[in-house]
Write a protein that binds this ligand. Structure first.
Ligand code: RAM
Length: 489
C-alpha cells in the first residue's frame, strides 16, 4: 500500500497556481475623510483577495498617525453588526475587521490578510484637527485557482434559474483556491463533506478535476495510524490533518472517489486510493451495535449531517453508511475485486434490514432516530439515498417531507441531499421546485454567492452563536450549478 508521504507528494505536485486579477469598486471616486468620517466601498460582487490602498492627506502635514478601522462584509447586512456584540463559541478571530495605524502619508498600503467580501467599510478613528485622510485609490488583488476560460456555458430561458447558476458558479470560483476551501471567510480549509459536493458542481462547470484529485490525495495522505480519514485538512504552513473525525465525513471519501472516477476514468488513482476508501468502511463497523444499528454516541460532532443543533444523527448516519457501502461495492466491481464486492453487498443487506427493523416507525412510515425517536427530514433523506426505501415507497416518503412534524435542516449542504433524493426517486419537478424555493430565495434576497446556512424561517440562524461569523460564500451550497446543468439543461 502507498504510504501517506507518497500520497502527499502526489497532492503537492497538483498544487494549482492562483490567478490574480485586480478589481476596483465600480464608479470609485477619490474620497476625503476627516476624523470620525466613514465610507463604504461596494466592489459590485464577491471577491477573495488582498486590499491595496493609496492614501494621501489634505490640509497641513500630518501631525499624528492616521488610525483606520476597516470592516469587510460579504453581505451588506454584516456592516450593521457590531463585532463587540459577538458572544458565540467559534473564535472571534474570524470576524473580518482590522485596525491599522499609518504613521507616514502618503502611503501605499497592502493589507497582509486575505479577505472575502463585497463591501469594505473604512472609518477614520483618528487623524487630527490639522489634516484629513484621502483615499486616492482602493483595489482588490483577487485570487482564485478557477479558470474562467474553462467554465462551461449554461443557458436557461428562465432568468431565475440562470441567476441561480451564476451565483453558484461564483461561489465555487471563490472557494477554489489551493484546495476547495469550505468558505474563503471561514474556515478557509478543506472539509470532506464540502469537497464531495464542490467536486460535483465543478465537474459540470469549471471541470478542474486535477484539483479534486489533489484534495482526495491530501485526505488519503492525512489518514491516521489506523487509516482513518480526518474530517478536515490544513495545508498551511504544512499539510496536517485536523484532529476532528466525523462518522459521515470519513465514509463520504468513498462516493467522492467513485464520482471522481466516473468523471475522469482515472483508474490509476482509483486503484491507489481504493485501499484507503475501503478502510473507512472497515473502521465504521466499530460504530455499530450487535443488531447492526449505528450507535448514537451523543458526542456533539460525532457525525455532521447538518447544522441544526437539535438534530439526532443516528438514522442519518445509518443511511450515509448504506449510501457509502453501495459506492464501495461499485468500486470493488470496477476493480474486479469480487471478494470485497460480495463483502460490501452482504454488509449492506444486514445494515439495511437493521434500519427497517429498528429505525422505521411502521405506523407513520417515517424513520426515527435516537432515544427520543426523533423524526427529521435528514433521517428520511439519508434513508432514501441509502436505498432503505425504494421505488414507489421512497417516492411516497419523499412527497411527505414538507410535513411540519419533521425537524427541518438549516444548511444548503443537507438541502443538496434532499434534491439528490428527489432526483433518485424520479421526481425531477419536485427537485426543481426545491432548488427554486430554497436557492432561488437566497437570490431574491440579494445573494452574490450562496450561504453556509439558510433557514427561510429564521434569518438569524447561526450554529456559532452569531451571524457575524457565518460564511456567506460557502461552496457546499453550489447545488444549482450541479443539478441544473446535469438534469435540467
Ligand atoms: C463548518 C465548516 C464546514 C463544515 C463543517 C462541519 O464549520 O465551515 O463547511 O464541513 O462545519
Amino acid at each position: 500500500m502507498i504510504s501517506n508521504e507518497m500520497f502527499l507528494e502526489k497532492a503537492r505536485a497538483l498544487e494549482p497556481t492562483l490567478n490574480i486579477t485586480e478589481a476596483v469598486p465600480p464608479g470609485f471616486e477619490r474620497t476625503v475623510l476627516g476624523e470620525g468620517g466613514k465610507t463604504v466601498f461596494d466592489f459590485g460582487t464577491h471577491y477573495v483577495g488582498h486590499i491595496r490602498m493609496e492614501l494621501a492627506y489634505e490640509g497641513s502635514h500630518p501631525d499624528a498617525p492616521l488610525w483606520l478601522n476597516i470592516q469587510f462584509a460579504e453581505r451588506e447586512s454584516e456592516l450593521h453588526e457590531d463585532p463587540a456584540d459577538y458572544r458565540g463559541w467559534i473564535s472571534r478571530g474570524w470576524i473580518q475587521n482590522e485596525q491599522i495605524h499609518i504613521d507616514i502619508l502618503p502611503a501605499a498600503l497592502k493589507l497582509p490578510r486575505r479577505y472575502a467580501f463585497r463591501y469594505v467599510k473604512i472609518e477614520v478613528l483618528a487623524a487630527s484637527s490639522k489634516y484629513s485622510a484621502v483615499i486616492e485609490r482602493i483595489s482588490c488583488l483577487a485570487e482564485s485557482s478557477a479558470d474562467d476560460a474553462r467554465l462551461r456555458p449554461y443557458r436557461s430561458g428562465d432568468s431565475l434559474l440562470g441567476k441561480m447558476d451564476a451565483v453558484a458558479c461564483r461561489t465555487l470560483h471563490e472557494c477554489m483556491q489551493k484546495v476547495f476551501e469550505d468558505g474563503p471567510k471561514r474556515d478557509r480549509r478543506l472539509w470532506l463533506g464540502d469537497l464531495r459536493l464542490q467536486a460535483l458542481a465543478n465537474y459540470e462547470s469549471y471541470r478542474c478535476s486535477s484539483l479534486v484529485k489533489r484534495c482526495l490525495y491530501l485526505f488519503a495522505g492525512c489518514a491516521d495510524d489506523r487509516g482513518k480519514i480526518p474530517a478536515a485538512v490544513f495545508t498551511e504552513p504544512e499539510i496536517e490533518a485536523d484532529d476532528v473525525y466525523m462518522f459521515d465525513y470519513s465514509l463520504l471519501f468513498v462516493p467522492a472517489l467513485l464520482d471522481y472516477f466516473n468523471e475522469t476514468g482515472d483508474t490509476e488513482a482509483l486503484r491507489e486510493l481504493w485501499p484507503v476508501a475501503w478502510n473507512q468502511i472497515i473502521l465504521a463497523r466499530d460504530c455499530f451495535d450487535s443488531k447492526g444499528v449505528v450507535i448514537d454516541d451523543g458526542r456533539p460532532g460525532w457525525c455532521f449531517i447538518d447544522w441544526n443543533l437539535a438534530l439526532d444523527k443516528q438514522a442519518s448516519a445509518q443511511g450515509v453508511c448504506l449510501y457509502c457501502l453501495k459506492a464501495a461495492k461499485r468500486i470493488a466491481e470496477i476493480l474486479g475485486e469480487n471478494g470485497k464486492a460480495a463483502e460490501a453487498e452482504k454488509e449492506y443487506a444486514e445494515k439495511k434490514s437493521a434500519a427497517l427493523e429498528y429505525l422505521l416507525d411502521k405506523e407513520s412510515g417515517f424513520f426515527i432516530s435516537g432515544p427520543e425517536k426523533q423524526r427529521s427530514l435528514a433521517s428520511q433523506v439519508w434513508m432514501i439515498l441509502g436505498g432503505v426505501t425504494e421505488g414507489s415507497e421512497a417516492r411516497d416518503l419523499l412527497l411527505r417531507l414538507s410535513s411540519p412534524e419533521l425537524l427541518a435542516p438549516v444548511t444548503p449542504y443537507m438541502m443538496h441531499h434532499y434534491v439528490e433524493a428527489a432526483v433518485l426517486c424520479g421526481e425531477k419537478e419536485h427537485a426543481l421546485k426545491l432548488l427554486r424555493d430554497y436557492w432561488g430565495e437566497m437570490v431574491n434576497e440579494g445573494a452574490d454567492t450562496f450561504w453556509e446556512l439558510y433557514n427561510p424561517l429564521d434569518p438569524d440562524e447561526s450554529p456559532y452563536g452569531g451571524t457575524i461569523v457565518n460564511s456567506y460564500c460557502h461552496a457546499w451550497s453550489c447545488a444549482p450549478a450541479y443539478f441544473l446543468r446535469k438534469y435540467f439543461n
